[in-house]
Design a protein around this ligand. Sequence first.
Ligand SMILES: [Zn+2]
Length: 507
Amino acid sequence: MRIRRCIVGLAAAAALVASGAQAQSVGPQSTTSALPELGDGADLSAAAERRLGDRIAKALYRDPDYIDDPVTMEYVQAIWQRLLTAARQRADIAPALDDAFAWEILLGKDRSVNAFALPGGYLGLHLGLLAVVSNPDELASVLAHELTHVTQRHIPRGMGRQAAQAPWLIGAMVLGVLAASKDPNAANAAIVGGQAAAAQNQLNFSRDMEREADRIGLGVMKHAGYSPQGFVTMFEKLQDSNRFNDSGGYAYLRSHPLTTERIADMQLRVPRAEPAATLPPMPMDHALVAARARVLSNPGVDALRQWAVEMQSAKWASRPPAAQAAALYGASFAALKLRDDARSADWMAQLLQRTSNDPAAHRIARLLGAEIALARGDLVRAEQLLQGLQSSGRAALLLRAELDIRMGRADSAAQALRTWLVDQPRDALAWQSLAHANSALGRAVAAVRCEAEVNIAQLDYASAASRLRAAQDLARQVAHADPIETAVVQTRLRQVELSMREQALER
Ligand SMILES: [Zn+2]
C-alpha cells in the first residue's frame, strides 16, 4: 500500500474533477470547536462519504502492501480505541457520523513515515511510522490528529462539491493516483507527482484545518490519558527528519505541513518539554512492536541480516533494556524469516528471559515464540508458550486456533473462532482460520461459506457471491448437507446480491 500521496491523491482527484475550475478555496475554516453539522462536509452526506471510503478500502484490502498483522494491529487498536472513546466522551464525534463511519485502521507495509485519513472513517497507517515513534504517546498524537480530520469532516470539505456530484469518479481517480504512484515507469510517476503536488497546493487541508486537527487532537489524546509531550516530541521528530531527508520517507509532512504557526500553537498549549534525562524510558512492549514493524516493513535479505550484525556489535551491551529487548525480538524474528532456526531459538530464549519482569512485553515475546515454534512445526513448544494467553486478545486467539487445527483439535478452534466472530464479524483473518477449521472437520460447505465471509469482510461482494454459489452447488452434491448451513448460505447470498445491486446503483 504505497500511498505516499494518499491525501495528495484525494486532492489531485478533486482537482481533476473540477476540470479547470479556479482553485477551490477550502478555508478559512472556523477555529472554534463547534461540531460541524452533518451537512457541513460540503454536500457529501455521511453515508455517501462512507460509500466512497468503502470503495477505496476495498481496493486497499487487495493491495499487496496491505497487511493485517495481529500483533501489530492489537497494539495500534488499543491506542485507537482509547482515542475513539475519548472523542465520544468529549462529544467530538457527531452521533450520526459515529454510526455511519467505519472507524477502522488499515495497515500498510510501506517503510515511509506516513498516516492518513481517508473518506468514511478509514485511516491508513504505514509500518514505517510505527517503527519511528518512541512511545504510545507519540503514536496517539498522530492518530488523534488524523481522527480529528475525520470527525471535523475536513476531507469532504477539502474535496468540495465535486465529491457529492461524482463520488464514484473521485474514488476511481484516487485509486488511479495510488496505482500510478507505484508505477515503475519513472516518467509517468513524475507526471502524476507533478499533478498531485500542484493539486495539493490548491486543495489540501487548509492551514486552519491543520491547526484545528492539532488543537482538538491534543484535547482528545489528553482526555484518553496520553501525555501531551508526545505531540511535542513527535513534532520535533518530524522536523528533524524533514531537515535531513527528502526521499519520500516523510510523506506525512507533505499532507500535513508542519508550519511555524502549528509549532507555535503547540508550544503555547503544551508546557516546555522536560529535560531529556527525566523523560520516561521507552516502554518495552512498545519497543518490541516497533522492532516487529521494522522487520515487516523491511523484508529484504540484507535488512534481515542486519539484525544479526546489530546483535554482535560491541555497543549492544551498553544500550537500555528496552532497546536490547527490541534488538533480540527483531533478530529472532528476522532469523525466522531467514530460516536460521538455531539462532532464532537462541535469541528467543534470551528475549523471554529479559522480558520476564514486564508482563506486557513478555506476552508479546511469547506470541513471537509461539509463531516461531509453529513455523518450525514444534507444536509442543507452541502450546507451552500460548498457555494462559488464550483470553489475552486476537493474536493469541489466532495462533491458538492454528495450533489446535494442527493438533487435531479443529472442533475447539472452530468453537473459539465462532464465539469471537459474533462480536467481530468483519475479522477476515478469523473467518479464514474458521474456514481451515471447517475443512479439517470435513465440513466443506461451511468452509466455502467462511471463505465467502472473508470476501464480505473485505467488501469484495462479487467474489463472495461466486463462493456462495459454489457452496450452494456443493450442498446439492453432498449426501447429508447440514440444513442450517445450507440456509445460512442462501441468506448470505441474497444479502450479498442486494449489496451488489446497491453498489451498481451508485455508478
Ligand atoms: Zn493534518
